[in-house]
Design a protein around this ligand. Structure first.
Ligand SMILES: [Zn+2]
Length: 140
């Protein structure tokens, strides 16, 4: 595992998300998964609560991703500035090209090898071509 500068604080958020997902499934389906508690018919309030919790968890996933990126950058595992796009996705001023840039970097790191900007794989190559049309060459 990489990182360490902030004691993997994002993993606490991830644990919260995972635990909440279990509660959500219960609210949405009425299935308790317990032999002591009976299944129930979800009420409109249960479903409304589940819907808003799901939206919040989606937000937390972005927060966790930004926290992880900051930790990786500050630990020297990501390059300087690699946290900017994930942060923008949380604070809401992301542009589509920033999201695409973040996406290609994430996919490349997880599934490809070699230098990011010379990657011949379809996802990276297509993203590089789109980014080249929207950014100056020295920004890619
Ligand atoms: Zn790649």
């Amino acid at each position: 595992m990489s990182g360490g500068s902030y004691d993997y604080a994002f993993s606490t958020i991830n644990m919260f998300i995972d635990a909440c997902e279990e509660t959500l499934a219960r609210l949405e389906t009425g299935k308790t998964g317990s032999e002591w508690e009976e299944d129930f018919e979800p009420t409109a309030l249960d479903l409304a609560s589940a819907k808003e919790r799901r939206r919040f968890l989606d937000h937390l996933r972005k927060v966790s991703e930004a926290m992880r990126a900051i930790e990786w950058v500050d630990s020297g595992d990501f390059g300087p500035g690699d946290e900017i796009a994930p942060i923008k996705m949380v604070v809401g001023d992301e542009k589509l090209v920033d999201v695409l840039d973040w996406f290609r970097q994430t996919v490349h790191r997880a599934h490809h090898e070699g230098p990011l900007d010379e990657c011949p794989r379809n996802t990276c190559d297509a993203a590089i071509k789109v980014l080249a049309r929207h950014k100056k060459p020295d920004q890619i």
